[in-house]
Design a binder for this molecule. Sequence first.
Ligand code: IMP
Length: 429
Amino acid sequence: MTNIVVIGAQWGDEGKGKIVDLMSEKADVVVRFQGGNNAGHTLVVDGVTYKLQLLPSGIVRGKTSVIGNGVVVNPWGLREEMKRISDLGTKISPDVLKISDQATLILPLHQELDHMSEEAAGKGKIGTTGKGIGPAYQDKVARRAIRVGDLAEPETLRMKVDNLLLFHNGLRKGWGQPLIDADDLMKQLTEIADFILPYAVPGWKILADKIDEGKAILFEGAQATMLDNDFGTYPFVTSSNTIAGQAAVGSGVGMKYIDKVVGVVKAYTTRVGAGPFPTELFDSDGDHIREKGREYGTVTGRPRRCGWFDAVLVRQAIRVNGIHSLAVMKLDILDEFDEIKVCVGYDLDGKKLDYFPMQFNASANVKPIYETLPGWKSSTFGVRDYAKLPENAKKYLKRLEELLGVKIGMISTSPEREDTIIIENPYEN
Ligand code: IMP
């Protein structure tokens, strides 16, 4: 069976949820492999809108849904999310939802630290989602994290809690914050253990068994390439690796079992939080995209920064992920423009660049070199057939393919699953 990774190729919020949902029809298992409840995946199924944060998108269709070892799990947040989604009629049981016992827990102290660091950073803040993602990954890398499976061994848990607090209380003391009592934290963890442990499994093994049974696995990326901890616009990034290679690391499925990578992009660009964004628009064009595209964060409600499509960034994303084909989302948002711009290169102090530089000043100062294409000035909303797209919309998409060197396999023209033009089905080609 074909195992496919779906990845965001810009700064997130590309609409991966819809593509994963669409593709999950052919998949048996959907796996999250990085990030946590900083993600916001919106699915519209039979007119019902589901806003998922940590749960893999497959859950809504009853597919086996795995939260992999590379994910950071806030068990209290997960409990709330499961309640919210269950209330919409989705059945969630340990038969369907599997959480890797090797996944790292996000604790209340991580969320507090996230807020404290952002506040202390003042102007230099990252603009995080405030969910404690960074501090949880810091503890993971520093080898003091508490993992899901640790909740099953109270004695080990106590040792781990003491060790964790040695670090965090030292830090909190320095920051003038109240110290955390180990007994209190143990109490909280013991209570939440009863909720989460029935879902805890060796994730890699479950997936190995599924592969042996010939099941198809869909890897659901969160955030996106330009928020990757190595390849994104560091330090204005998230704290996990978000690129396709992480699908193997964050799930325990070896590379040889992964067949394809589908990249998801919007027909324009958005970003939430701080950091460089060469094609950002500060004028009425940007406002038009924001309002028509309803570009407000799913998790935080923040208005998203909006701009033209940046082919340089996406070309970079195609290479670092190894993307086979692209899904272009929200084409209809561009319907009213007279002209549409695409960034084809950068100018840095008179020098032309064909990649995004990593240096802080250079990345903030590159100026986009634009190519201007005529708009189509007619509605593409809900179009399901490529032939029915206006000629200029086809020209726009063809030009993107030329600039990117990758085929556009899917085009989305509304939030509804059915409003998708499928040119090349990743499961068939
Ligand atoms: P964190 O992941 O909460 O640490 O936030 C780090 C950066 O990633 C901030 O700029 C966030 O706005 C951004 N970010 C995190 N998750 C998402 C997402 O799902 N979509 C878009 N941006 C995100």
